[in-house]
Design a protein around this ligand. Structure first.
Ligand code: FAD
Length: 449
């Protein structure tokens, strides 16, 4: 049976997994990424999620820097990102429009530069553990079953596959019925007339999210980057087209090109991302919804008359899966209190943003910048596993904030550096020297102030 032997094995090549891998490699570790699909980027590529939200706190302080900013700079240098721009929807300080296709290239390039081995088309499905350690992971691909051996493993699967299969404690969904946030299949359209959209917004402000900032559009003629609303058109279109999507508004974003919109409006509740039958049904239902939403946009929304679908995310977008119950559980109360920690490895400031699991709408509240402690990456039961990304140890409110991309990039950068230290010193991940780790992250540009 084919075996892979590395210092660090990162399972999942999403934004968090890739940042973890690059960070570990820059610390001198020999790194493998195991990814079930054929591209890096996770939800930012396969899920067609854009723009990134948000590198800043509400006061305008850039709290995610380091590797996340390096990725933005690399994309921007190629015309594949417009950098950080103000959020015209008013929910965050900034958003960062980028090109999903460009990201595939940039992440692969960064991994190549660091000598990271990429094992694509390979799904990790099982683990052998002994004495609180993972001995090896079991994966399957065209070669049949393969084994992944590493000194330290990083669970970057987003859904917590690795901590679940190694017997770590975790939570899933809300208390009682375990329902999670709804799923969405994003898609993009071209030939969108954002000038017409801007003019309509200025003429009908009541038809948009109440925090929408019209100032720049009115005073300088700027085009909107984030559009949340068209309440009337959505309501009328749903009724007349006999659509039943559990959403009360249209949400879309201007892309890197001015005529491209990323549409985040489909929505399916009661999907379980840890169940293949549930996910298969979601793929079919949500793709049906994509066609319905596109038809509604063309018929009812000014600016979309001549628009056509450019791309549909090949996989359903998952907001929430398992959450590790690790050494510390970060809570919504911690976020509201702007709690900071002695062992914090990242700072973040995206709002608490919970899409309701069983109906339309969402609950969103602005919060100050907060710290993410190292202990949220550390499982209680396994000594050579770290967790990164949207499945770290937190409650549902905290997850609804830290899950967005800049946050998981910062967490990944820390996870990779910590894993490299644990591998080099052959110590349990919980014994990583925190001040040394923090100094290293600062020297690489991270914001931990
Ligand atoms: C509809 C939607 C809209 C969003 N909107 C925004 C937004 O506007 N701005 C923003 O910044 N964020 C947004 N987010 C959040 C953000 O996209 C995700 O939370 C973020 O990508 C999480 O990163 P991650 O690396 O933890 O996980 P993921 O991006 O999910 O990556 C996980 C990776 O692991 C791989 N994997 C999983 N299991 C296995 C396995 N067993 N074996 C091998 N590989 C595996 C997957 O294929 C994937 O590549 C949105 C999310 C969704 C779903």
């Amino acid at each position: 049976m084919k075996e892979y032997n590395f210092d660090i094995a990162v399972i999942g090549g999403g934004p968090s997994g890739v940042c973890a891998a690059v960070s570990a490699a820059r610390s001198g570790a020999k790194v493998l990424i195991v990814e079930q699909y054929g591209v890096l980027g996770g939800m930012s590529t396969m899920g067609q999620v854009a723009p990134w939200m948000t590198f800043h706190d509400m006061q305008g302080v850039q709290v995610v820097r380091g590797l996340g900013q390096e990725i933005v700079d690399r994309l921007t240098a190629r015309g594949m990102c417009r950098g950080h721009v103000r959020d015209t929807m008013g929910e965050t300080y900034s958003v960062t429009p980028f090109d999903n296709e460009g990201l595939k290239l940039v992440l692969a390039e960064m991994c190549r530069e660091e000598g990271i081995t990429l094992l694509f088309h390979t799904f990790v499905f099982g683990a052998e553990t002994e004495d609180r350690r993972i001995k090896y992971l079991r994966a399957a691909n065209k070669n049949g079953e393969v084994r992944i051996r590493a000194k330290v493993y990083i669970d970057g699967s987003g859904d917590g596959d690795i901590f679940a299969m190694t017997g770590c404690s975790y939570e899933k969904g809300r208390e009682g019925d375990h329902l999670m946030m709804p799923c969405t299949t994003n898609f993009s359209m071209y030939n969108v007339d954002f000038v017409k959209i801007r003019d309509f917004m200025l003429a009908h402000p009541e038809d948009f999210h109440d925090k929408t900032d019209m100032t720049a559009m009115r005073e300088t003629g700027a085009l909107p980057d984030c559009v949340s609303g068209f309440f009337e058109e959505w309501k009328r279109g749903q009724e007349e087209l006999d659509m039943h999507i559990l959403r009360e508004r249209i949400l879309f974003f201007r892309g890197v090109r001015d005529d491209i919109a990323t549409v985040n409006t489909t929505r399916l509740t009661e999907v379980d991302c840890t169940d293949a039958d549930s996910m298969s049904n979601a793929e079919v239902e949500l793709r049906k919804q994509v066609c319905q939403v596109a038809e509604l946009l063309k018929k009812y929304v000014p600016g979309f008359e001549k628009a056509e679908i450019l791309g549909i995310a090949p996989i359903v977008g998952i907001r929430e899966g398992r959450r590790l119950a690790g050494e510390y559980v970060l809570t919504g109360d911690d976020l509201r209190a702007a709690k900071r920690f002695d062992d914090e490895i990242a700072v973040y400031g995206y709002p608490i943003d919970q899409h309701h699991p069983d109906g339309a709408g969402f609950t969103q509240s602005t919060i100050p910048a907060y710290g993410i402690p190292y202990r949220t990456l550390v499982p209680k039961e396994i000594d050579n596993l770290l967790v990164t990304g949207r499945c770290i140890s937190c409650d549902r409110e905290a997850q609804s904030s830290l899950r967005t991309t800049p946050g998981v990039m910062a967490i990944g950068e820390a996870a990779g550096a910590a894993a490299a230290e644990a591998a080099e010193k052959n110590i349990p991940v919980r014994n990583v020297d925190i001040p040394v780790l923090q100094a290293l992250l600062r020297s690489r540009g991270a914001y931990l102030d």
